[in-house]
Write a protein that binds this ligand. Structure first.
Ligand SMILES: Nc1ncnc2c1ncn2[C@@H]1O[C@H](COP(=O)(O)OP(=O)(O)OP(=O)(O)O)[C@@H](O)[C@H]1O
Length: 288
């Protein structure tokens, strides 16, 4: 077998290193994109794009002029409609890239300390709401501003406490309908009407509360915690994906992972093993 062509490839070790770096970067970016879109509307889009690409290549290889013409037009339609239909996803991607969050998930030191305390309060509230079958939707805002979606709500600006969160969602009270917004460790608003997700993959048994949770996480880096009124099931939505059937402990763990920096969270885990999971955050005001 003639392998002389390989001599060109291996002529310069620097070329090999450069090619390897090139491949690794591309593979990593593709991996992050696939992870980012898995379970979201964009996953369906990607499947459609791959199918269109296969058809285009086949049509061109087989010289099917009419199909080729059709494919060309379809690509144009795709290019025009893509940014319109997927505006929320593209906005989120660009925001993540802008903050450098597409490649890292770390949170600032200040946020970490505040979040330690509120994670416990949220876990406790979710537990009690779930056991009493009281529906609830909490949204924890992180870096993306979503003020334009919160105009409908009622201003609160109160310290996060399990007691207050439970009170807000008591049925037939003025603030129970809609979402409660937590930002900068404060309950900023209640009774907010959020944009609904139109993700076709969402379980048909899930209604508008869960769609609203998904909707806001498709548009921003917020985390939404949902307690189902019907079943008491606790769920968490993030990046347009939903995790269901959480118990209060796993909810705390996920929130801890997502909201606290890694090294800090390891301290929390150590304390939990030592039997003192209840984290004492800075209490400037009485939470009860
Ligand atoms: N766009 C929205 N933004 C915020 N909250 C909403 C929105 N739409 C509905 N909700 C809340 O969801 C409640 C209705 O929940 P629905 O039964 O339709 O959804 P679900 O996902 O099946 O929830 P559950 O399992 O609790 O019944 C409303 O009373 C309201 O509090």
């Amino acid at each position: 077998m003639d392998l002389s062509f390989l001599s060109g490839v291996f002529a310069n070790p620097w070329d090999i290193i450069r090619s390897l770096v090139d491949i690794i970067i591309v593979a990593y970016v593709v991996y992050r994109i696939l992870r980012w879109i898995s379970g979201t509307r964009a996953e369906q889009l990607l499947k459609g794009l791959v199918l269109l690409l296969v058809f285009s290549v086949l049509a061109s290889a087989l010289e099917l002029d009419m199909v080729n013409w059709l494919m060309e037009k379809l690509w144009i339609v795709f290019a025009i409609t893509l940014p319109i239909v997927f505006q929320p996803e593209l906005r989120r991607l660009l925001e993540q890239l802008g903050r450098g969050k597409f490649f890292s998930l770390s949170t600032s030191q200040v946020e970490m300390e505040e979040y330690e305390a509120i994670i416990n309060e949220i876990g406790e509230a979710a537990d009690i709401l779930s056991r009493n079958r009281v529906g609830a939707l909490l949204v924890l805002i992180r870096e993306t501003g979503i003020a334009e979606y919160l105009e409908s709500g009622v201003d609160l600006d109160a310290l996060v406490s399990a007691g207050l969160l439970i009170n807000i969602f008591v049925p037939n009270t003025p603030l129970h309908d809609g979402a409660c917004i937590i930002s900068n460790s404060r309950i900023k608003k209640a009774a907010c009407f959020l944009p609904l997700s139109d993700n076709p993959n969402l379980d048909k048994e899930l209604g508008t509360r869960h769609r609203a949770a998904l909707g806001i996480t498709e548009l921003s880096d917020a985390i939404a915690v949902i307690v189902s009124e019907e079943t008491g099931i606790i769920s968490l939505a993030q990046e347009g994906k939903i995790q269901r059937h959480l118990d209060p402990l796993s909810l705390r763990e996920i929130l801890g992972r997502e909201l606290l920096a890694r090294e800090k969270w390891s301290d929390v885990v150590k304390r939990r093993w030592a039997g003192e999971f209840r984290i004492k955050g800075p209490k400037k005001e009485n939470r009860t």
